[in-house]
Ligand binder design. Structure first.
Ligand SMILES: [Zn+2]
Length: 124
């Protein structure tokens, strides 16, 4: 009986450990989901600002379609791995993963780098 109690104890302990591990993984996934939501909201906001600026300047939807076609012909496509600029101070890649709009900070030297859509150098 004592042996069986010890077996049950170990089984319950392993179940609790597995449950704790699942909770940790779920917490990491929730953090990633929040990060993606922030990034998406930032993009939607930037597009809204640019769209309204363009419309106020008299740009038409046909102009936008024509420009998209031109950009696609230059090889730009939607890429889930992100956009970056080269840091003007240290030359390292600065990724646009922050919640700030139109700027990011170089993780190597701390330089604040403008990240306006027209400034983005490359797609990874
Ligand atoms: Zn830098």
């Amino acid at each position: 009986m004592r042996s069986m109690n010890r077996d049950v104890y170990h089984v319950v302990r392993r179940m609790n450990e597995a449950d704790a591990k699942d909770r940790t993984q779920n917490s990491i996934l929730a953090d990633k989901e929040d990060e993606l939501k922030t990034h998406r909201q930032k993009i939607v906001y930037m597009i809204r600002v640019l769209w309204e600026c363009l419309m106020e300047m008299g740009v038409t939807r046909e102009d936008v379609d024509r420009k998209m076609q031109e950009i696609e012909e230059r090889g730009w496509t939607i890429n889930p791995s992100g956009y970056y600029r080269m840091c003007p101070d240290c030359g390292k890649k600065v990724f646009d993963y922050t919640s700030r709009v139109f700027e990011a900070t170089c993780v190597y030297c701390g330089t604040v780098v403008p990240m306006y859509p027209g400034d983005i150098d490359q797609v990874t």
